[in-house]
Design a binder for this molecule. Sequence first.
Ligand code: WQD
Length: 340
Amino acid sequence: MKILLTGGAGFIGSHTAVELVNNGYSPIILDDFRNSNALIIKNIEKIIGKKVGFYSVDIGNKIKLREIIKKENPIGIIHFAADKSVNESVLNPLKYYKNNISNLVSLLELVSEFNINSFVFSSSCTVYGNPIKIPVKETNETQPAFSPYGYTKKVGERILTDFYATREKSSLTLLRYFNPIGAHPSGLIGELPIGVPSNLLPFITQTAIGKRKKLTIYGNDYETPDGTCIRDYIHVVDLANAHVLSLKFSLEKKNYIKTYNVGMGKGSSVLEVINSFENVNKVAINYDFGARRIGDIPKIFADIDLIKDEMNWFPKFNLENSVEHAWNWEKKLMDFKYIS
Ligand code: WQD
């Protein structure tokens, strides 16, 4: 059973490709490597021990996409391909509306043309904005987004729900990720930030390995126990398995539109992540405290009862596993040759 993974060479996509193979599916990765590298495809194949379906393509190229779908005849799509930097989206909103919205619409026109029934969408906790009630449930009303990136996820969810409301025999699953971290236990795939990482854990691992001189903690005057922001950090392999389960469920159902939070169901502060990294990996991190980062919210973590009850999904990895696997990956990255 072939499953199309747009952006499948990315951080979440690559780990999902591996878990799909582990569960008997055949992923077909579409990626233009704007946020990845062909090294990831090579290493996915090392992990699964065979070739993986792959096309180097911009998902905005509808003609090429139509040829691929016609040839591969997938039974489902997991749509990861999107730009995801909050800061960059503020500086370059049109790039985000083009890639994250208009390319989604053209993909859905092909879904309709080829009657592909099952669609899983990579959404984000960012749709909750600065939540009033924590932990956040899927039924929490979403707040105004803080950035064009956040709007593309909110609008993306709306486009999808409106489109799937017209398709009786199809199914749509929206997965609202919290903070994906860690790497595959093999150390062969992980997060591959292009340039200076904006996310916390890759910045920590790059500081630990000496690529960055110092980590700045953006604010320690928040109303939290240690003054630093609290997030819900979920291991990327657990997140990948939530996609496999969502796909399996959606292939069995018709006329199905569901939204699930995917997180640990608990919060960790920036300082707790740093301390966990130092304790688990026996490496000291050079950090100081700086000003708050615009757009950051003080605290958010997920209520994951729905995905637990309905899919029997549970996070299997904890924060210590995530910081260990992330460090293992950073160290292996030193030896890997990027493929240009
Ligand atoms: C986490 C905490 C920072 C870097 C983003 C997206 C969200 C989702 C996950 C895709 C914050 C602090 C960070 C640093 C720091 N992505 N930090 N120094 O902002 O919670 O969420 O990634 O769906 O949509 O918004 O993640 O890792 O950037 O920050 O102090 O050098 O770490 O202030 O409190 P964030 P993050």
